[in-house]
Design a protein around this ligand. Sequence first.
Ligand code: GLU
Length: 378
Amino acid sequence: MRGTLPSATRKLSRAMARVVVKLGSSIVAHDDGSPRAEVLAAVCAELAARHAAGEEIVVVTSGAIARGMRVLDLPLRPSAIDALQAASAVGQGKLYRVYDELLREHGVTTAQVLLTFFDLSARTHYLNARQTLRKLLDWRVVPVINENDTTATDEISFGDNDFLAAQVAILVGADLLVLLTNTEGLYTADPRTDPAARLVEEVADFAALDELSIGHETSALGSGGMRSKVVAAEMATAAGLPAVICSGLRDGALGRALAGEREGTRFPPRGARYSSFKLWLRYAKPSRGTVVVDAGAARALREGGRSLLPVGIVDVRGSFDAGDAVEVAADSRVIGKGITSYAAVELRRVKGLKSAEVREVLPRATDEAVHRDHFVLT
Ligand code: GLU
């Protein structure tokens, strides 16, 4: 964090061109699942105004389960996954229709897009999703995205679309991610129970957050809570784009956040942006195992930007194939993630061997176990 907590929020220096705005279940619906019509109308009016001013808007919305609960007259959010998935299937079309109608009133065309992390973990699917979203934005259409709950359960188990929103922001190369929630932002403690709790205006150092007790509590409708929002902000900022967590219920909050004015909790971007491939590798591709390396190899990867050779590998954990992503660890700490050129069974046979010795065991093997172009430090 810059200075002490909270510190002043800097005004963003230029107008935002492409923004991803995520609405959590508690913004979209009341506790009984009925839609918050006035909130959705205000958010859509704000988004339509930014759109008319030339910006590109992507909406990520939760609330399908909440909508389904209301239609099915379920008093409480179900806990069984199949019931959550089925409630979402009931609610999704109705949820989307609200955005479509509200934005259409302002002359904005929308598209319904349902995504899963599993889709995004295959490079071709990731590129296809990006191509589709880019085409929609070229056509000045506003994508309205939710997780495809019928086939995937990541976000209904934990996250309430927070991670999906960060993924989408990275995927489309957004200039800003706004996570709308039912509090003003991140607090130093739970404001409902601690009167001394203060709003944190800016987070530039995630390590400093360890001092705060960030709640896991979710609303009656969603599965997110502040913790998953902070992790989503961390993902976005590590990929080079700023994020804001702010109220979706307070008048004008979204407008101020989009204008780069002081609002909620702002997370400035950290470091340079990675290439699209490295972002995908880091955030979208799941690891299938771990390769433990010695100190020399760790240094070569960290400081020299070199490839990982079998000679530097001391242990191979898990079962994976060539082409899978693996974590690379040294001294019991994960230092990076890469695409392996060897299957786990092969690596176990050649770990610790010099390249010439590797070829005696596996004549057609490549020198690199993980090529530098296929590796990212984490
Ligand atoms: N896809 C879910 C929905 O729209 C996410 C929200 C949740 O975690 O309940 O309802």
